[in-house]
Design a protein around this ligand. Structure first.
Ligand SMILES: [Zn+2]
Length: 314
């Protein structure tokens, strides 16, 4: 069994830092305001009034951009792994009769069955497609019932749920809230918006509103921590990092009117990689320094590892 399934043993830590810079205006909206001297839709700010992007917002955009790629990938005839990304939004309680397995890795009901029945009773007490999937697992050498359950939950989860977490598993990817650089002086513009009456195809009556948007060029600190991911997991993750680096994923509100175009730039010098091979140096060398190329050379290896894992043998 892979040791990546739990956090009891350290296997790797990737600490990425960088900047997310918006070429256009951007808006991550707070709740609407009713104050007469405020715009209707203000920008989200922290307790000190400084605009920021919540880590959860970035994670959501990051995960959905990755899932879109993976769902297309898992349909490809040369790809053997059909469990790359499920439709994870709002995990339903039960599986629909005609739901093919990859559309949803596990339902809440299936998780309950795995947890409640003893592993040696799964063949009798569990029914439907879940029984066949449990039967296909190799549980030999796992020891305790809990270890078998952990292994089953991990193995039957899709690759994305394993990495980003689900209601039954912790996330290996942590993203810090992203503060705006130069927050005290960065210009915030008030823009006018007009609601469109879609039937008439013209501006709706009395539906003019105002919203706040940061001026173009706004830069946010980016920081992501990935714990105990396998090389293949990191390859999967890197497909989304690369999409953000290429500027393919707009963020925030009012995207259809041209806001939110951004690009990620990684700072290799202040990012860090700790794996089994350099763990000792990292722990016992004061002022441990890692050459930037140690990390910048890794993504190609990770992507190759992910590709090897999911493709049919030639
Ligand atoms: Zn899933």
């Amino acid at each position: 069994m892979t040791r990546n399934a739990d956090f009891s043993t350290f296997s790797s830590r990737l600490h990425l830092k960088g900047n997310l810079v918006f070429q256009t205006g951007m808006r991550i909206g707070a709740e609407g305001s009713n104050a007469v001297d405020q715009p209707d839709l203000p920008v989200l700010r922290d307790a000190l009034g400084r605009p920021y992007i919540p880590g959860s917002s970035f994670k959501g955009a990051f995960r959905s951009s990755l899932e879109a790629i993976l769902r297309t990938l898992q349909e490809h005839p040369n790809v053997q792994d059909r469990n790359l990304a499920c439709l994870s939004v709002g995990k339903p309680g039960k599986r629909a009769q005609d739901d093919p397995q990859p559309a949803l890795c596990l339902t809440q009901d299936e998780v309950k069955q795995i947890k409640q029945a003893r592993p040696d009773e799964w063949g009798r007490q569990v029914s439907g497609p879940l029984r066949d999937r449990l039967n296909s697992l190799d549980l030999s050498g796992l020891g305790s019932d809990d270890a078998c359950r952990d292994h089953a939950l991990y193995s039957l989860s899709c690759r994305t749920c394993r990495l980003f977490g689900s209601p039954w598993s912790a996330s290996k990817v942590l993203i810090r809230d992203m503060p705006l650089q130069d927050a005290d002086s960065w210009p915030v513009n008030i823009r006018d918006g007009v609601a469109i009456d879609r039937d008439a195809g013209r501006a709706a009556d009395k539906m003019k509103y105002q919203f706040e948007a940061l001026a173009p060029g706004a830069a946010f600190d980016f920081e992501m921590l990935i714990e105990n991911a396998s090389e293949a997991d990191l390859g999967l993750l890197w497909m989304a990092i690369a999409a953000f680096e290429r500027g393919e994923v707009p963020m925030g509100g009012a995207r259809s009117r041209g806001l939110g175009w951004c690009a990620l730039t990684l700072d290799w010098g202040s990012s860090k990689w700790v794996g089994a091979e350099n763990l000792l140096d990292f722990l016992f060398t004061p002022d441990y320094h890692q050459d930037a190329t140690v990390l910048s050379d890794k993504p190609a290896e990770w992507l190759a590892s992910f590709q090897r894992e999911i493709m049919r043998p030639a």
